[in-house]
Design a protein around this ligand. Sequence first.
Ligand code: NAP
Ligand code: GCO
Length: 264
Amino acid sequence: MANFSLEGKVALVTGAAYGIGFAMASALAEAGARIAFNCRDREHLEKALSDYRAAGIDAMGYICDVTCEDQVQSMIADITEKLGPVDILVNNAGIIKRIPMHEMEAGEFRQVVDIDLVAPFICAKAVIPGMMEKGGGKIINVCSMMSELGRETVSAYAAAKGGLKMLTRNIASEYGEYNIQCNGIGPGYIATPQTAPLRERRSDGSRHPFDSFIVSKTPAGRWGTPEDLKGPVLFLASSASDFVNGHILYVDGGILSYIGKQPK
Ligand code: NAP
Ligand code: GCO
């Protein structure tokens, strides 16, 4: 029987103060992993530590901007000293900027790519030597439907998440021989602070058009929740997926498979 236990494992989930990252870190903790997480904002960190404690999780939290290699290296060194080498890295930290491309500043484009693509490279590069020495590890990159599809106003995000899909495949290719599996998780539309603007009620109380659009385009007929990511991340973090490498597991309620219902 496949083993989903993470007893004795050390997991780092980036950007896991709330949202999808918090849910995934909770799933890994429930399976026995020791959890480390980071974010940039001190208030987010303190609130998250309280939330993890309330969930019975003794998480270690760090203020660390994943785009800064020195901060990441220092965080990884501290985790290694206090908990041991990182066995599981979940590159979850990410932002989006919804701006029509012809109006987007190059600096805004670069900031999204920095956080959503360069930072997963920085974090993976920081943990791979320890994984190689230890005889293996798991790297899970949080991709997106926008790793496959585009839409208006998300050019930087789609470019970054498309690149993250290929970075995932390249890490899988380059480090598979060291028993390191690198896979992606591609959430569909998930109800978190990142997508809150797409779900805001209109002044008359009606649903945001994008909210209704996504529900109509999703066979499951609903937005996803962070909890929908818990099982998939546990699968990819555990030895149950030791022969899965370079795969992007879409957790999207079927939206990527669906052309949409014919309008009545
Ligand atoms: P979220 O609610 O906006 O949370 C983002 C997290 O990342 C926060 O904890 C934030 O904390 C942290 N973060 C942002 N920039 C950072 C940086 N430079 N360094 C360190 N931490 C940073 O986002 P989410 O919806 O949970 O999404 C999490 C991941 O899933 C992202 O990669 C996102 O692209 C991806 N995703 C989301 C959806 C969705 O529908 N929600 C779908 C597909 C993929 P601080 O601000 O305190 O740093
Ligand atoms: C958007 C959304 C999406 C989701 C997610 C879909 O503005 O289209 O934010 O990009 O966040 O990435 O998988």
